[in-house]
Design a protein around this ligand. Structure first.
Ligand SMILES: Nc1ncnc2c1ncn2[C@@H]1O[C@H](COP(=O)(O)OP(=O)(O)OP(=O)(O)O)[C@@H](O)[C@H]1O
Length: 494
């Protein structure tokens, strides 16, 4: 019988009653300290209903799985179509900026010319607090634009022809689409919005902020619109998909590439916060996407408070990547994103979700990733409806399960519920990037330890992490990244 390593007794210091943030009704849920980690901003209120959370969790645990992360169509474009182009990966955004002011509300009333800024132009502004002029340049007069950042009309649903499903999560379904006007492939996400039309309009207004995002580390946005009871968001198609899809199909990600993933995510976080005052709030492998040009970008950041509210009405977004302080109800800061990055990096390097130990406690995933016959476990997930697909571990054979003493996130009487997992994150030691074979460089181990310090005050900020040896001394070139990405594409096609 499997034994959970989790203590079932209620820990004295675990209080999840304030753990679900309720973003303000107006504007984005975008508060917190600066990207250097000064934890002074709040503006987040909390739903003081632990009971409602527990009821919701119980309900979800009884329901059938609601998510899958299949990247069903494969990464290739249809004949004659080329994936979206790659640009400017790896540019240095300059020295750490001084602390910027609180986020200014972007006016949506004054339609102005579309921004023609290149990625490099936007990144070069990272080194300082955005001035009103810079902000204007970023936003094209800070206004609601009818054009995207390349000067093209924003995409409408009627421009799109559906090609294939890419996957679905708790928040929506993503489809690969052909843009008939622009003659290129894009990705469309449909999010079920359980709200009245006025709220849906407000969501669409808030999502316009994405049109102002212009960074090589952020998935590009091309438009949004209502589709029946859904909100549709059209974005850049990343042709090898999310990092969780990649490692589930190809095994642990090489540690040097994991380092470049860390760098891309950090630069994306710094950009979002320093230019737009946005905290991502949902960093995890399924929200980090890659393409065959060797670009790595983040998506699904919390730009719309109304959208977060409305999804929260239909799903308790308990994240298994949530930091200990968030679980205990503290304010969301950019350091909470750093914790989620640390968990994601361990997952990618080990090839499995980190809150599970192999039978020998080595922390080496080699025998976990491969099935009993030594082949990778593909497309098999523990059927736990309470977890996002990206949090579900590859399914293991009964024989292999019986050899494990660690926490299982799957079904059955000896498994760990969401509440157990939250207790574990708060009370037990943080995961580490270690294994019996010492195959990870010390600089990588130290980096991850800095992300996963349980005390937010000691945890490094994104800016500080960008200055660490693992990032600065990386020998991986854009060409190496491209070669890796193309290798992944070939493997996942096979
Ligand atoms: N722009 C994109 N290009 C290519 N594939 C994408 C894109 N956006 C999402 N996907 C794929 O679609 C899948 C589903 O995405 P979605 O955002 O709906 O859910 P998720 O992030 O996996 O989970 P959740 O929404 O519960 O956090 C992703 O895991 C990814 O593989």
């Amino acid at each position: 019988m499997i034994k959970s390593s989790i203590s079932r007794k209620k820990p004295a210091n675990l209080d999840i009653s304030r753990s679900i943030p309720k973003p303000s009704a107006r504007g984005a849920a975008v508060v917190g300290p600066d990207s250097a980690g000064n934890p002074d901003c709040t503006g987040v209120t909390y739903i003081p209903e632990a009971d409602r959370l527990r009821d919701e969790i119980a309900r979800l645990q009884l329901s059938t799985p609601s998510s899958s992360s299949s990247y069903a169509s494969g990464p290739e474009s249809p004949p004659g179509l080329s994936p979206t182009a790659a640009t400017n990966h790896g540019r240095d955004p300059g020295p750490p900026p001084p602390r910027p002011p609180r986020r200014q509300q972007v006016s949506h009333s004054d339609p102005g010319p579309a921004s023609t800024l290149s990625h490099s132009a936007s990144v070069s502004t990272l080194g300082s607090t955005p001035s009103r002029k810079q902000k204007k340049e970023h936003t094209g007069n800070g206004s609601k634009r009818k054009k995207d950042k390349n000067g093209e009309d924003l995409v409408k649903d009627e421009d799109l022809q559906i090609l294939a499903d890419l996957g679905s999560g708790n928040g929506g379904t993503v489809t690969k689409v052909w843009n008939k006007k622009r003659k290129c492939v894009m990705a469309r996400k449909l999010i079920l919005v359980d709200a009245k039309p006025s709220v849906r309009k407000q969501i669409l207004r808030e999502l316009q902020i994405m049109n102002d995002c212009n960074s090589p580390y952020i998935v590009s946005y091309y438009g949004c619109f209502p589709v029946d009871v859904h909100v549709g968001i059209v974005m850049e198609f990343m042709d090898i998909g999310s990092l969780d899809y990649i490692y589930r199909h190809t095994g642990p990600v090489p540690i040097d590439i994991v380092g470049k993933v860390a760098e891309a995510v950090l630069r994306g976080l710094v950009y979002l916060y320093d230019v737009h005052r946005i905290i991502h709030r949902d960093i995890k492998p399924s929200n980090i996407l890659a393409n065959t040009s060797g670009e790595i970008k983040i998506c699904d950041f919390g730009v719309s408070g109304e959208l977060i509210n409305s999804i929260a009405n239909t799903f308790v977004g308990t994240s298994t990547y949530m930091s200990p302080e968030r679980i205990q109800g503290d304010d969301y800061t950019i350091k909470s994103d750093v914790w989620s990055l640390g968990i994601s990096l361990v997952e990618l390097a080990h090839g499995r979700f980190p809150f599970a130990e192999p039978a020998d406690g080595s922390g080496d995933e080699g025998d976990v990733y491969a099935d009993d016959d030594g082949t990778p476990v593909k497309d098999k997930f523990d059927p736990d409806a309470t977890l996002p697909a990206s949090a579900q571990r590859p399914d293991l054979s009964a024989k292999r399960r019986s050899r494990r003493r660690g926490v299982s996130l799957g079904g059955g009487g000896t498994t760990m519920s969401i509440l157990d997992l939250l207790q574990h994150i708060v009370n037990e030691a943080a995961p580490r990037l270690v294994d019996r074979n010492q195959r990870f460089p010390l600089s990588a181990v130290t980096f991850v330890d800095s992300c996963l310090d349980k005390a937010p005050a000691r945890r490094k900020s994104p800016q500080e992490l960008l200055q660490t040896d693992w990032i600065k001394d990386s020998a991986v070139t854009p060409n190496d990244l491209k070669a890796w990405a193309q290798g992944v594409a070939n493997q996942t096609k096979a």
